[in-house]
Design a protein around this ligand. Structure first.
Ligand SMILES: CC(C)(COP(=O)(O)OP(=O)(O)OC[C@H]1O[C@@H](n2cnc3c(N)ncnc32)[C@H](O)[C@@H]1OP(=O)(O)O)[C@@H](O)C(=O)NCCC(=O)NCCS
Length: 150
């Protein structure tokens, strides 16, 4: 697995994965804005240099906000998501952050399992936060207290 900073030229490949892995994907502009805003963004590649996953983290004072994490559907269920999340945790330990926070759809049990197993806890629920197929869906706000890891 290779890891490198996401660049503008990667967005076309990233969008292809984003659209195939999410019912409500980020737009191209969301990714462009994230890079322009200086968020921390990485792509994860196979040895062939083909991108199979990515993540974006916003650093806000002493918090790291996990804005996006995704693995291509063909590569899911093989441990890559956990590796990408570990990269985020390692990065958050390298900057002055005391907390990693994220929002996850109430229906996204796969991602919730990954976060819970990695040491995140449920902090609160944001009612009707996301658009959903039949109206709106709650977001679960999860956090990992980094002060326990240092
Ligand atoms: C969530 C996501 C990043 C996980 O990546 P992944 O590579 O499939 O996950 P891994 O193979 O590393 O599995 C990690 C853990 O996730 C959970 N998991 C994986 N596949 C699962 C499945 N089919 N059902 C339930 N839980 C599952 C398990 O807890 C697993 O740990 P285990 O294998 O030790 O039991 C990936 O499914 C994805 O990109 N989904 C679409 C985008 C998304 O939902 N992003 C999160 C937004 S908050």
């Amino acid at each position: 697995m290779k890891v490198r900073a996401m660049q503008k030229k990667d967005i076309a490949d990233v969008i292809t994965i984003e659209q195939s892995a999410n019912q409500f994907p980020w737009t191209e502009k969301n990714f462009e804005d994230s890079l322009a805003a200086g968020h921390h963004a990485w792509v994860f590649c196979h040895d062939s240099d083909k991108i199979f996953g990515y993540t974006i983290v916003q650093s806000v004072i002493d918090e790291a906000h996990l804005l996006n994490i995704c693995v291509s559907p063909a590569d899911q269920g093989q441990g890559w998501g956990r590796k990408i999340l570990n990269h985020v945790i390692d990065f958050s330990l390298s900057i002055p952050s005391s907390l990693i926070v994220l929002e996850v759809r109430g229906s996204n049990h796969r991602a919730q399992q990954l976060y819970l197993q990695s040491g995140f806890n449920e902090m609160s629920v944001r009612k009707d936060y996301y658009p959903a197929e039949n109206g709106r869906e709650d977001a679960i706000l999860m956090g990992m207290d980094m002060t326990f890891l240092v």
